[in-house]
Design a protein around this ligand. Sequence first.
Ligand SMILES: Nc1ncnc2c1ncn2[C@@H]1O[C@H](COP(=O)(O)OP(=O)(O)O)[C@@H](O)[C@H]1O
Ligand SMILES: [Mg+2]
Length: 251
Amino acid sequence: MLKVENVSVSYGPFLAVNNASMHVNAGETIGLAGTNGAGKTTLFAAIAGQLTATSGSISFNGQDILHQPTYKRAGIGLCRTFQIPREFGKLSVLENLLVAAQDRSQENMLTAWLRRGTMKDTTTQRTAQADQILDTLGITHVRDLPASQLSGGQKKLLELARVLMQQPTLILLDEPFAGVNPVRIGEMMDIFRRLKEQGIALLIVEHHLQALKSLCSRLYVMDQGVVIAEGDPDNVLNSTIVQEAYMGGVI
Ligand SMILES: Nc1ncnc2c1ncn2[C@@H]1O[C@H](COP(=O)(O)OP(=O)(O)O)[C@@H](O)[C@H]1O
Ligand SMILES: [Mg+2]
């Protein structure tokens, strides 16, 4: 489904991702681990379209997306969450979701006016979709609260809910457990399993290696811009090269 081949990404002269290759099959849950500064977020940005890879190729469902803008990638089902959630604090949770759906359709004032007769139907339909997503994520009780009042964990779920409004088939999740109360991490893992049951593929960047091991069928590990290991989670985490990259610290 997603094929990343020999991708490099630079910030000026600094090579943050160096010749990285990886793939995700439909419906798979895949982990991406690595120390801080390894290049994980940069690679995500290149896959989702916030940054353009300096070389290499990226395809999604057989389509070359290397130079496609973010909204086009989202439109064909490839979406990401951000390490720091980016909600609109003054809008309610529901309104945040309706805005996300609008983003997807690339609606502007003119197209909205042209189809003003169907606006109400669309809002009703999107509200129903939003309510279903809030239910799946277990945050229906905060539906009408301003997003600024949510806890850290709830903001992470809102970020995920906004992405789900775009009806993705692959979601890139950047450190979904960071800043989340440990008790809530188990609940989030259940949510990811539910998304998998719905056929949605996940690529998860995480430092919480136990969680990755339990969720993922395969792991990739990056170090200093390079993918240094890939495969079965146990084999990868026990490999000498990964142990050395972490200097025995994190694992
Ligand atoms: N906007 C930027 N400009 C310059 N260097 C950056 C920028 N963003 C990240 N970097 C550098 O690129 C490297 C990879 O960063 P990042 O992709 O955020 O790593 P990770 O997500 O694995 O922690 C780091 O050395 C970081 O300092
Ligand atoms: Mg990062």
